[in-house]
Design a protein around this ligand. Structure first.
Ligand code: SF4
Ligand code: SF4
Length: 174
């Protein structure tokens, strides 16, 4: 039969010799290979104590950014959700009320903003689509979780802490 690749090997079906039946040479050969690897450079790292350097183009967990005055940058325009090929982003917009100018930069803000990390393919399109530099991808992994709902990241998980107002009004309401 014609093979698709040249990697096929014929199986040796000859009866075993006396030395082969002893298995000792094969065991010694295997031990030799193991010993040779003890002194060679390890291919693995002791994660999580030790980590490999990230690639310059690594895209990790998302964050929702604030402006220099600590106000939320996101205006709930929905462009990130439209650009997302995995349909992982959902949001609800709300109107900024009087007196909330210190919380939200624009008249409209995202009252609810969610990313389903089980859908996300970390393509970075949301980051590129955002006209307000509100969403960024960091060098952090999404932590493991036993529950599917633990991978639905809400605004509380995504919004970076406000240095000027450590506990903001909108967070209390959520
Ligand atoms: S990184 Fe890609 S898949 Fe993930 S939320 Fe952004 S646009 Fe969607
Ligand atoms: S993160 Fe950016 S693109 Fe997405 S809704 Fe907010 S402002 Fe619009």
């Amino acid at each position: 039969m014609q093979t698709l690749t040249n990697r096929a090997q014929q199986v040796d079906r000859r009866p075993m010799t006396f030395w082969e039946k002893l298995y000792l040479p094969a065991i010694a050969k295997g031990m030799g290979i193991t010993l040779s690897h003890i002194f060679s450079k390890k291919a693995t790292v002791n994660y999580p104590e030790e980590t490999r350097p990230f690639s310059p183009v690594f895209r990790g967990l998302h964050v929702l950014n604030r402006d220099e005055e600590g106000r939320e940058r996101c205006t709930a325009c929905g462009l990130c959700a439209v650009a997302c090929p995995a349909e992982a982003i959902t949001m609800e917009a709300a109107e900024r009320k009087e007196g909330e100018e210190h919380l939200y930069r624009e008249e409209k803000y995202a009252a609810r903003y969610e990313i389903n990390m089980l859908r996300c393919i970390f393509c970075g399109f949301c980051e590129e689509a955002c006209p307000k530099q509100a969403i960024y991808m960091t060098e952090t992994f999404a932590p493991a979780n036993y529950q599917r709902k633990g991978f639905i990241y809400g605004k509380d998980d995504l919004l970076i802490p406000d240095p000027k107002h450590p506990v903001t009004v909108n967070k209390k309401e959520q």
